[in-house]
Structures are given as structure tokens and as C-alpha cells.
Ligand binder design. Structure first.
Ligand code: ADP
Ligand code: 5GP
Length: 211
């Protein structure tokens, strides 16, 4: 039965595990589509243009915003990040779910947009601040200075936890992933996300009448 695509927004302080969870979700369900953001930050080792992000100059980014190509955009850690609108609209038309790895500012903007009814938002918390710090260091992709900056911002990001529909504390990765799948499976079953239900019930009633 046809289903309306939903917009799954994952936010967390940097290092809590949302990119890892997003990757696991994409590997688990091939129909899910990841919203590739545009950013002015430099690529990390191993990141490819068009896969993790569209890496753009500040001027290119500003043009995208000016032309109305961004669903939302925000400044995070001194760089600009934004969600291109076109792919999200195409996914919804195709009945596919979209996953967003964006910060609280982006979450707020999409929730408050015309697409707000289609949003399911999840905030990922670390089990402790010491563990958050450890994860940022073991990821080993940022300099000490960048890590210190991200830790300093964590408190601000965490202060937005109550704006989200669900909150997951990411202690054990597999357990958190199970919880994430449970949320997604339940949200997909919501009545208003199954536009074919009225027709289906009509066929049930016709069957009654034919008895
Ligand atoms: P974010 O996208 O929120 O910045 P990442 O997904 O990059 O965070 O995770 C940061 C680091 O922590 C990575 O090295 C990742 O493998 C690790 N990590 C994620 N979840 C867990 C967990 N539950 N237990 C231990 N390490 C984790
Ligand atoms: P990173 O540089 O670690 O990839 O991401 C830094 C922060 O920017 C993360 O909190 C991430 O969720 C957020 N982010 C990534 N893409 C977007 C986006 O398109 N919009 C917004 N608002 N935040 C984003």
C-alpha cells in the first residue's frame, strides 16, 4: 500500500553517534534516502563530495541560499551548513523516507516549515560528557582545537533536547539502533502516513456488501 515519505531528523552534540546510527539505518533499509547537506567546511579524510556533503565555497553556498535552493541553513562551528530542497521534495513524491543529520537550528526550521507534519525528530544524547569527549577523540578526524570547540558547543546543542519527538541515550550502539528502528517502524504505521487506507477500507466494505 502506498505510504507517504517521512522526514527523520537526527540531532545530537557532535560525537554522540548520529552519523554512525544514520549509516546503520541506510544499510538496513535501502529505500531510505540520506539528505546530503551542503557545507562550507573542508572535507575530512575519507569524505567524498556528493556523498557525505556537497563541499562548497562560501560564495557558492550564499548563491544557493539566495536562489531559494535550501530548505534550511545555519552556521555551525563557524561554517555554513544547509539542506538542499530538491532531493527532499523528490523523495517525498517517490514515497521514500529521508534521513537528516542536522543540528537543532536546522531541526527547528524544518519542523516550522510547511513540511513540519511529515517530520519525526530524534535527539541522541551521549551516556556522559566524559564519553562524548572520548568518542570525539577516538574518531580522530579533528584537531585538538576543533574538538575543544565542539565540546564547548555541546552544552548548547544538548539544551535543545526537549524540542524533539524522541530522545535516545546512545550507550550501547546496537541497543540504540534497535530503538531507532522501532521508532521508524511505528512512525511509518501512523494512520496519516498511509493514504491508501481509506480505499482499502472501502474494498473491505464492498466485500461485506457482496456477502
Ligand atoms: P556524530 O555524528 O554524532 O558526530 P559519530 O557517529 O561520528 O558522531 O560518532 C563519534 C564516534 O563515536 C565514532 O568513532 C563512533 O564510531 C563512536 N560511537 C558511536 N556510537 C557509539 C557507542 N554507542 N559506543 C561507543 N562508540 C560509539
Ligand atoms: P560535521 O562538521 O561534524 O559533519 O557536522 C557538524 C554539525 O553540523 C552536526 O551537528 C551536523 O548535524 C550539523 N549539520 C550537518 N548538515 C547540516 C545541515 O544541512 N543543516 C544544519 N542546520 N546542520 C547541519
Amino acid at each position: 500500500m502506498a505510504r507517504k515519505g517521512l522526514l527523520l531528523i537526527l540531532s545530537s552534540p557532535s560525537g554522540a553517534g548520529k552519523s554512525t546510527l544514520t549509516r546503520m539505518l541506510m544499510a538496513w533499509d535501502a529505500t531510505m534516502r540520506f539528505s546530503v547537506s551542503a557545507t562550507t567546511r573542508a572535507p575530512r579524510p575519507g569524505e567524498a563530495d556528493g556523498r557525505e556533503y556537497f563541499f562548497r565555497s562560501r560564495a557558492e553556498f550564499e548563491t544557493m541560499v539566495r536562489d531559494g535552493q535550501m530548505l534550511e541553513h545555519a552556521e555551525v562551528f563557524g561554517n555554513f551548513y544547509g539542506t538542499p530542497r530538491g532531493p527532499v521534495e523528490a523523495n517525498m513524491k517517490d514515497g521514500c523516507d529521508t534521513v537528516f543529520d542536522i543540528d537543532w537550528q536546522g531541526g527547528q526550521q524544518i519542523r516550522n516549515s510547511a513540511l513540519g507534519r511529515d517530520v519525526v525528530s530524534i535527539f541522541v544524547l551521549p551516556p556522559s560528557i566524559a564519553e562524548l569527549d572520548r568518542r570525539l577523540r577516538t574518531r580522530a578526524q579533528d584537531s585538538d582545537e576543533v574538538i575543544a570547540g565542539r565540546m564547548a558547543k555541546s552544552r548548547d546543542e544538548i539544551s535543545h533536547w526537549a524540542e524533539y519527538d524522541y530522545v535516545l541515550v546512545n550507550r550501547d550502539l546496537d541497543a540504540t539502533f534497535e530503538q531507532l528502528k522501532t521508532i521508524l517502524q511505528s512512525e511509518r504505521m501512523r494512520r496519516d502516513r498511509q493514504p491508501g487506507l481509506s480505499d482499502f477500507v472501502r474494498t473491505l466494505n464492498k466485500e461485506f456488501e457482496a456477502r
